[in-house]
Every structure is written in C-alpha cells, then in structure tokens.
Design a protein around this ligand. Structure first.
Ligand SMILES: NC(=O)c1ccc[n+]([C@@H]2O[C@H](COP(=O)([O-])OP(=O)(O)OC[C@H]3O[C@@H](n4cnc5c(N)ncnc54)[C@H](O)[C@@H]3O)[C@@H](O)[C@H]2O)c1
Length: 273
C-alpha cells in the first residue's frame, strides 16, 4: 500500500487482460480507485467487483474502444463524474501485428495507428484538463519497438515511435505545469498480444510466435509502472536486453539491424529468413 496512491483515481485502457489487468490489480493493491476501459464490458465489471472486494477500493467499468474518439471522451467523462477528477491515466490498450510490409493490407497499418497511437492521444486530450488540475501522471505503455524498428512490425513500430514523439513533446510543454509524463517500455511480456497480432490481411494470428514462458510477467511490468508513477520517472526501459538495444541503437545502428534480424529469424514461422 502506498500513501501516494491511496484514493487516487487511475484510468486504465485495455484493462481486461495482460499488462492492463495487472496494472488494475497493482494500483488497487496500492489503494487507488480505478476506472477500467476496454471493449469487453462484462469481463471488466467482474474484474472491478473482484478488486473492490479484495482491496476495499472503488472501481468503475466503462465499455471503450480506444480507436473511437467518442468512446475515449465518454471514458474520461465517466471517470470525472464518478470521482470528480483524474490523477493518473495509463494508456495501455494496444494491438500488434506480424506481416511483411510487402504483403500488408494498408488497413492493418491504419488499425495499429488507430488503437496504439490515436487511442492514447484521444484519452490524453480529454483527460488533459483534469490531469493539469491534479498535477497528475500520464503514462504510455510503449515498447522497445518505439526505439527501434522490428521486422514484421512496421505498423506496430510506427505507432510506438509516434507515441514516443507525442509524449516527449507533451513532457516538454508541461515542464512547468507539474504534469508528469512517462513512457514505459516493457520487454517481451507473457500476454495475449502475439495471439491477437494481426496478419497481412487483418485477421488474428491466433498463436504466439515465441516462447511465452521465458518472458517477463504482466505483474512484474505493472509493479514497475506503479513505482515509476510514484517516483515520477521519465522513461522506464524494463529489461537489460531492452536497455542494451536502446543504447546500441544509438551507437551502432547497423549492427543492431543484424542482431534484430537474427533474433526475429528465430520466431516460429519467421518473417525474415
Ligand atoms: N506483451 C509484450 O510483450 C509487450 C511488450 C512491450 C509493450 N507491450 C504493450 O503493452 C500493452 C498491453 O499489451 P499486452 O501485452 O498486455 O497485450 P494484451 O493483448 O493482453 O492486452 C491488450 C489490451 O488492449 C485491449 N485492446 C485492444 N484493442 C483495443 C481497443 N480498440 N480498445 C480498447 N482496448 C483494446 C485488449 O482487449 C487487451 O485488454 C500494449 O500497448 C503493448 O503494445 C506489450
């Protein structure tokens, strides 16, 4: 339990599974009230009720497709109505892809940008006034793919690079307002994201391409995000491999091209040969 987070209002998108669900559990454990947004409303209601009973907090579930601006506005409005303000916004909802650009239906790229980039922008825009009042935190759950392009993930990397640029600008604009702006980059984390990743024509792959057993857990990622918010960190690159990739990419980008190629050639059904 953290005194800093006790009875604070935290809005989390994509809260029905993976890192978003783990963030809901972690913030609840630290005594925060929750506004949970995702498309699966019934599941969200069940999650909220469980967390209320377990941690003695209040949780509100809101049906929200972050690709729709109107849904994001309603999510933020419902948070303000329920709790009178917002202290922390976690822009977590996201989808991935696995397909070569040469094969890709451009609609897939639009979907990646709509969810991963525009979803975060809409929520941040509508929460901005409340966050400025509370001198709160806005967090984007991004990825190493926001620092370095990855094969088979043109749309995913583009959406994460875009959110990095957006968040960096936002941070500088708010250097004197007290708003905390953080980009969190987990390493590979066991979740549904590789199962639901889009293929070249926009269908879901329906299977993971990697060994999920060797990855970080969503719970570990969530606790790092909570600590990052408490300490008002600027960026969180969560694994040694990730930190190395970010640094080596600045120093020796062509070498990193080859390393990344080799790494992704080890995927099941590799996109690079
Ligand atoms: N798992 C990893 O290896 C990994 C690594 C780095 C970054 N990330 C990022 O973490 C975030 C969470 O992903 P995860 O790994 O927990 O995957 P996940 O698939 O378990 O969770 C993604 C969540 O986003 C929701 N979502 C998807 N589209 C949505 C939409 N249009 N509107 C509302 N909600 C929507 C899903 O329903 C789900 O609840 C993503 O932004 C992802 O890019 C994941």
């Amino acid at each position: 339990m953290s005194a800093v987070l006790h009875r604070k209002t935290v809005v989390i998108t994509g809260a029905s599974s993976g890192i978003g669900l783990a963030c809901a559990e972690a913030f609840a454990r630290h005594g925060a009230n929750l506004v949970l947004g995702a498309r699966r409303y019934v599941e969200l209601c069940n999650i909220g009720e469980t967390l209320e009973k377990q941690f003695g907090i209040r949780a509100v579930a809101v049906s929200c497709d972050v690709a729709k601006e109107v849904d994001c506005r309603a999510l933020i409005q419902q948070a303000e109505t329920a709790f009178g303000g917002i202290d922390i916004l976690i822009n977590n909802a996201g989808i991935s892809m696995r397909a070569l650009f040469s094969d890709l239906d451009l609609g897939v790229l639009h979907r990646l940008m709509n969810v991963n980039f525009w979803g975060a922008v809409y929520c941040t825009k509508y929460a901005m006034a409340a966050l400025l009042r509370s001198k709160g935190s806005v967090v984007a759950v991004s990825s190493i793919a926001g620092y370095r392009g990855l094969p088979g993930r043109t749309g995913y990397s583009a959406s994460k690079f875009a959110i990095h640029g957006f968040m960096e600008s936002l941070r500088v604009e708010n250097l004197k307002t007290g708003l905390h702006v953080m980009v969190a980059c987990p390493g590979f984390t066991a979740s549904n994201i590789r199962q639901t990743a889009l293929n070249a024509s926009g269908g879901e792959h329906g299977e993971t391409s990697m060994d999920e057993g060797k990855m970080m857990t969503a719970g570990e990622v969530a606790e790092r995000i909570v600590q990052g918010v408490i300490q008002r960190k600027r960026t969180l690159v969560m694994t040694r491999q990730g930190k190395l990739a970010v640094w080596m990419n600045k120093l020796l980008p062509a070498w990193v091209d080859r390393q990344v190629y080799q790494l992704f050639a080890k995927e099941k059904n590799p996109l690079v040969k």
